[in-house]
Design a binder for this molecule. Structure first.
Ligand SMILES: *Cc1c(COP(=O)(O)O)cnc(C)c1O
Length: 471
């Protein structure tokens, strides 16, 4: 999480504001006449009502999550899912022996995913829930590194340094993996209109110390699918020529819950023998509130046994693979609910509706004449666009800032190497972002453009201020 500093001297000295007895803040328990301090622990307790009011009121200033077109993460679930999650919030996922039914639901979710992703032998596939794709990617990367170390016992660490090959468009979790686990990140830069990894460049960067190649389905930058099958084929060829057997991990944070339903012919999963592991974010297009991801390996050979832990002090002897220990069980129960509730046909319908909204929005934005589309929303229901070449009055950052005035959160950001010259806006459509809301978005954008077109030029902004987007 954000690395915060302690309170400054002025924060610590801050005296509370007087409270208004009529509004209901004055607290009979504390006999309070001023608000409690915010940066040091208050001396005494408050009534729950007062404490709730303070926290609730402050949080009113957060953005409206449903209008947040920056995030991939689920912002709407059915009320029944909310009830179920509330019922499970006291259950710790790690206590497998105490909460055996929660553990069983996790197991069933893994089984359903291994089937959905075409594990050749579903009974041999292994997997686990995680806090999200980031943890899942760490685990997959660790498996890659350990397998490579086992193959190179005589060379590591004195004579060889492991590397991981991926596109410059990877999500930040892969940079974290390489940094934390001391693996060289070999990234293929963007070139021209190629905004993600391609097979030839991936193979070119590989050598005998490559622990694996990461292919993304689809890219966070523009929603495009990377050519997983082509990348695997190029690595097959490399193995024939050089003898290096380099596994592929598919980072399907979003796409692993889209492609199986909307692009069933696309071969990106365990149907490709070179795909060793896949992750997804249950809390993205798995349609669950934040806090759940999944990591699966095609078989136990892909996940070295020495990384798996067995703890018996909670009772039982369940194998676990995770970075953290305690974790809420609610999200896993909600994931199982979603699988049960929707089934294949339900997922197909929900994801198709979301793709329809994305494609329609992209088409209408393209037709405005002010913008050039980079993607159309027909892979992930996500599209990126930039200002058309002839537009000189405003830039994408102006659009992002002005849309925010109307409550729409649309991030603008620059692309990674070698396309740092390119700045885009990105819209992420999710379940709950209806065609009605899309119409309202377009109406606001069109109205805004009449003002933006009259600007003398883009507003000046401090260097390197891109709006946050790394979801
Ligand atoms: C969102 C995302 C991640 C990180 O996932 P979290 O679930 O937010 O931890 C990793 N890779 C890709 C491609 C993503 O889109």
């Amino acid at each position: 999480m954000t690395l915060h500093k302690g309170a400054s001297e002025s924060d610590r000295k801050q005296t509370g504001h007087p409270v208004n007895p009529f509004y209901g803040e004055a607290d009979p328990v504390a006999g309070m006449e001023t608000a409690p301090p915010q940066h040091t622990l208050p001396d005494g307790p408050l009534s729950p009502h007062t404490a709730y009011q303070f926290v609730h009121d402050e949080l009113m200033l957060d953005g409206n999550s449903r209008l947040n077109l920056a995030t991939f993460v689920t912002t709407w679930m059915e009320p029944q899912a909310g009830v179920l999650m509330a019922e499970c919030r006291d259950k710790n996922m790690i206590d497998k022996d105490e909460y055996p039914r929660t553990a069983e639901l996790e197991k069933r979710c893994v089984a359903m995913l291994s089937d959905l992703w075409h594990a050749p032998d579903p009974a041999a596939a292994v997997g686990c829930s995680t806090t999200g794709s980031s943890e899942a990617c760490m685990l997959a990367g660790m498996a890659f590194k350990r397998r490579w170390m086992q193959r190179n016992k005589d060379r590591y660490p004195a004579k060889a340094r492991p590397n991981l090959v991926m596109g410059a468009n990877v999500q930040v979790c892969w940079e974290k993996f390489c940094n934390f686990w001391e693996v060289e990140a070999r990234t293929v830069p963007m070139e021209g209109d190629r905004f993600h990894l391609d097979a030839a460049s991936a193979a070119e960067l590989c050598d005998e110390n490559t622990i694996g190649v990461v292919a993304i389905l689809g890219s966070t930058f523009d929603g495009s699918y990377e050519p997983v099958a082509d990348i695997c084929a190029a690595l097959d060829e490399l193995q024939e020529k050089r003898g290096w057997d380099i596994p592929v991990h598919v980072d399907g944070a979003s796409g692993a819950m889209i492609a199986p339903f909307l692009d069933p012919e696309l071969r990106w999963d365990f149907r490709l023998p070179r795909v060793a592991s896949i992750n997804t974010s249950g809390h993205k297009y798995g349609l669950v509130y934040p806090g759940v991801g999944w990591a699966l390996w095609r078989d136990t050979k892909a996940l070295p046994e020495e990384l798996v832990f067995r703890v018996n002090y909670l009772g039982g002897d369940m194998p676990t693979f995770a970075l953290n220990f305690s974790r809420p069980g609610a999200q896993v129960a909600a994931q199982y609910y979603t699988f049960l509730r929707l089934g294949r046909a339900g997922f197909r319908a929900v994801q198709q509706a979301t793709r329809d909204v994305a494609c329609s929005m992209a088409e209408r934005i393209g037709a405005l004449g002010d913008f050039r589309l980079l993607t159309k929303g027909d892979q992930l229901p996500v599209f990126a666009f930039t200002t058309a070449d002839h537009v000189t009055a405003f830039d994408v950052f102006d659009v992002s800032r002005r849309m925010r005035e109307r409550g729409w959160l649309v991030p603008a950001y620059t692309f990674p190497p070698n396309r740092e010259d390119l700045s885009v806006l990105r819209v992420v459509c999710r379940n709950g972002f209806s065609m009605d809301l899309a119409d309202l978005f377009l109406a606001d954008l069109e109205q805004l453009l009449t003002e933006l077109r009259e600007q003398p030029g883009p507003m000046k902004r401090p260097e390197n201020v891109a709006t946050a987007f790394h979801h």
